[in-house]
Design a protein. Structure first.
Length: 132
């Protein structure tokens, strides 16, 4: 019995598949960003950093970090295009398996990136010692 391998998909099919998951990707990025933000605040508090009591300072810091994170989300969405581009270049035999694995790896990798900020913050605060 001679079974033929699944035919590689065309560019349009790859584009539609990846674009169909972009909203889920962006929702995940937004959630990861908020969780990383609250993790950074928790790390600062746990390390003895004084909590700002001025609402203006809290709002300005949140807006600054939020704007920076929106720029990072735009960059992540540009990087998201690597999925369909690589798929059309590589043309894997089993496109559905490739897509699921590549998307999952990219998704969870992208969800981990926002937590780099709280980890660096923790490392800096730990090395400098508690705030005076």
């Amino acid at each position: 019995m001679n079974e033929a391998a699944p035919a590689p998909t065309d560019r349009r099919d790859a584009w539609l598949w990846w674009e169909g998951r972009r909203l889920r990707y962006n929702i995940g990025l937004a959630i990861a960003g908020w969780l990383a933000y609250f993790t950074a605040i928790s790390v600062a508090i746990a390390m003895g950093d004084p909590v700002p009591d001025n609402p203006r300072q809290i709002v300005s810091t949140t807006l600054l970090l939020g704007t920076g994170y929106l720029i990072a989300m735009i960059a992540a969405n540009v990087a998201y295009l690597a999925g369909p581009i690589i798929e059309t270049i590589v043309r894997p035999r089993d496109a559905s398996r490739f897509r699921v694995r590549a998307w999952t790896l990219g998704f969870w990798g992208s969800m981990a990136v926002p937590f780099a900020f709280p980890m660096v913050l923790f490392a800096l605060m730990f090395s400098l010692g508690p705030a005076d």
